[in-house]
Design a protein around this ligand. Structure first.
Ligand code: S3P
Length: 437
């Protein structure tokens, strides 16, 4: 499948029902916590993406027995806090979440683990987890702060850690390590990031305290030595994957999509407010809670498509959705400006450069800045030969932009979509109604 191209033909509108696979962020956390819990867990609607399969494979290498059932659910037998020494490196593939969050768990073990990743992951910054874990007592070798990581676990010391950047992965790493520490570990984040780890830890029976502190900062405290117990759960549909369909619906005034069982966690749902401000009509029905995570069904209809500026805490809250918002910016009335998003440069690709390059190939004008982009609106783009830059979110973002372009678009490396959403192109094909030729 390497180097597979996808051809996207322009659409007249998008209509239909989209069932999203389980949320990637929650799937990683449930797989890790179920592994260090006691007793069995059953995780329905586990993410179908390659990244979450990497997490399960790593847990298997650490001695955890798990099985994928015919209905796609994962049955996993908890190993308890103490895992088994791995006979081979923990291969995290393309997944930054796997490497960063799991490093917090292996740092508390009585053995040495080697964590490796693919070419893209091997370029990504890991100092952000090396610093707090070293402070807790783990010994970590890396290639100047990049993978591979060699982590020698130990009896960890609890720390009070003030995170220099807002990162849910780093927060999760420190909280997981905190389970193995002697006392209370405190993590302070400069902005509130997604709270799935806190919600999931409670679901698996842990106790933690959290509160807001000055000027948007937030703290979480966890006591070491708590034992977890397995759960049975159904993972809500992935809101960041839904973003591609929501943005596709925003492109057409007569679109109509239904998205059942979607994650509605308020720390992830900023996208919905923003798209409503831009003109998408969204109604939420059947709100429910599963193990502390809010779930709802969405009905969305396109309307006007206004421009917007995204900056500050919004850029952090929308970090995974910014590529697709940028990709549809030329079709908005006033354009989109994105600021304070330097983190986009150290994702699976340099997402600012990748978006700028593909948009230019489609005939857009824009300003590329160190921390974002300014993309004027009111434009018609033309189909072009684009690149995924081996990044799932870039492949999917430009499939959406191509729906409103004039002429066909070819996306090289489109197979990258399978990192989070293997059925993406098939589902898009089902809801996109082609223009008559
Ligand atoms: C994630 C956090 C974000 C996000 C990533 C998933 C998570 O990364 O971009 O796709 O599940 O915690 P950072 O923690 O690096 O911001």
């Amino acid at each position: 499948m390497k180097g597979e191209s996808q051809t996207i033909t322009p659409a007249r509108t998008v209509r239909g029902v989209v069932q999203l696979p389980g949320d990637k962020s929650i799937s990683h956390r449930y797989a890790m916590l179920a592994s260090i819990a006691e007793g069995p867990s059953r995780l329905e609607n586990y993410s179908t993406g390659a990244d979450c399969a990497s997490t399960l494979a790593c847990m298997g290498t650490l001695g955890v027995k798990w099985e994928r059932k015919d209905d796609g659910s994962i049955e996993l037998q908890g190993h308890g806090l103490r895992l088994a020494a791995p006979a081979e490196p923990l291969d995290c593939g393309n997944s930054g979440s796997t490497m960063r969050m799991l490093s917090g768990i292996v740092a508390g073990q009585k053995f040495t683990s080697e964590m490796i990743g693919d070419e893209s992951l091997s370029r990504r910054p890991m100092q952000r987890v090396i610093t707090p874990l070293s402070e807790m007592g783990a010994q970590i070798e890396s290639l100047e702060g990049k993978p591979p990581l060699r982590i020698t676990g130990t009896a960890l010391k609890a720390i009070d850690y003030k995170m220099p950047i807002a990162s849910a992965q780093v927060k999760s790493c420190v909280l997981f390590a905190g389970l193995y520490a002697d006392g209370v570990t405190r993590v302070e984040e400069p902005l509130r990031t997604r709270d799935h780890t806190e919600v999931a830890l409670r679901a698996f029976g842990a106790q933690l305290e959290q509160k807001s502190i000055a000027s948007g900062a937030h703290e979480v405290r966890i006591h070491g030595g708590q034992r977890l117990r397995g759960i049975e759960s159904r993972i809500p549909g992935d809101l960041s994957s839904a973003a591609f369909f929501l943005c596709a619906a925003a492109l057409f005034p007569d679109s109509h999509l239904t998205l059942p069982n979607l994650l509605m966690n308020p720390t992830r749902a900023r996208l919905l407010d923003l798209l409503m401000q831009m003109g998408l009509r969204i109604s939420v029905t059947q709100l429910d809670q599963i193990h502390g995570e809010l779930v709802g069904s969405l009905e969305v209809e396109g309307g006007q498509l206004k421009g917007i500026t995204i900056a500050g805490a919004d850029s952090a809250a929308l970090i995974d959705e910014l590529p697709v918002l940028a990709a549809i910016a030329p079709y908005t009335e006033q354009g989109i400006e994105i600021r304070d998003a330097t983190e986009l440069r150290v994702k699976e690709s340099d997402r600012i450069a990748a978006v700028a390059e593909n948009l230019r190939r489609m005939g857009a004008q824009l300003d590329e800045r160190e921390d974002g982009l300014r993309i004027p609106g009111g434009l018609t783009l033309h189909g072009a030969e684009l690149d995924s830059f081996s990044d799932h979110r870039i492949a999917m973002a430009f499939a959406v932009a191509a729906l409103r372009a004039q002429g066909e678009t070819f996306i090289r490396g489109a197979e990258s979509a399978a990192i989070s959403y293997p059925a993406f192109f098939q589902t898009l094909g089902q809801v996109a109604q082609e223009l008559p030729r």
